[in-house]
Design a binder for this molecule. Structure first.
Ligand SMILES: CC(C)(COP(=O)(O)OP(=O)(O)OC[C@H]1O[C@@H](n2cnc3c(N)ncnc32)[C@H](O)[C@@H]1OP(=O)(O)O)[C@@H](O)C(=O)NCCC(=O)NCCS
Length: 183
């Protein structure tokens, strides 16, 4: 069965956005993703988190992207954090890459990451970093799009059920980046 391509857009402050994103986040945490929250994740905590993210995006501190599938609404999201120290104006941090479990393996994550890279580049951010659970689906996604693994930090975070998990740190220099300093 062919699946429609996701539509990726920058999220604004439209009604229902925090609720829709809370549904995506809650689904990911319930399915065992280590993305900053423990299970069970209360609805008001999830909605409150997204309300703060949306406000932060409104202040220009981050880019908030959402992915929609026809007839299914928002099925995924990712952020590029721009609010970094003054001596790192060329850098962005990719965070909270989340795809609803019923929409996975049909290219939503890849489309979000491609769009996040393009949006970062448009803002002059040519060096991106992120961290993700070692050995998971996300790590394969990042590697497949040319991200470089820097190293692994054992026992960095917790799974939603409380077990420790390791994290791998990645970076990517985007097209058009200057020559490496000292290279
Ligand atoms: C990681 C995640 C965002 C991937 O989203 P997705 O929409 O399923 O990803 P895509 O369909 O675009 O997959 C792109 C590529 O990533 C890799 N990939 C993604 N999921 C994979 C899996 N379960 N197993 C192996 N490879 C996988 C593959 O290379 C895939 O390409 P292919 O389908 O052509 O083989 C999704 O699994 C998710 O939301 N997980 C829970 C939250 C999470 O852990 N986020 C990461 C935070 S850093």
């Amino acid at each position: 069965m062919s699946v429609a391509a996701p539509a990726i857009r920058v999220a604004g402050s439209e009604a229902g956005l925090a609720d829709a994103l809370a549904t995506v986040l809650t689904d990911c945490v319930e399915r065992g993703a280590s993305v900053g929250f423990m299970a069970p994740l209360a609805r008001d905590r999830a909605v409150g988190f997204w309300q703060r993210v949306i406000a932060s995006a409104g202040r220009g501190e981050r880019i908030l992207l959402v992915a929609e599938l026809p007839g299914r609404g928002i099925v995924g999201t990712v952020q590029v954090i721009l609010d970094l120290p003054k001596n790192q104006p060329h850098r962005g941090e990719v965070a909270k890459m989340l795809v609803r479990s019923d929409a996975r393996r049909c290219g939503v994550g890849r489309a979000l990451l491609v769009a996040a890279e393009a949006a970062a580049r448009d803002r002059g951010r040519w060096l991106l970093v992120l961290d993700t659970v070692t050995g998971g689906a996300a790590e394969r996604l990042y590697r497949s799009l040319g991200w470089t693994a820097v190293g692994e930090i054992p026992d960095y975070a917790l799974w939603p059920d409380g077990r420790l998990c390791s994290t791998t740190v990645f970076y990517k220099r985007l097209a058009g980046a200057p020559e490496r300093a000292g290279a």
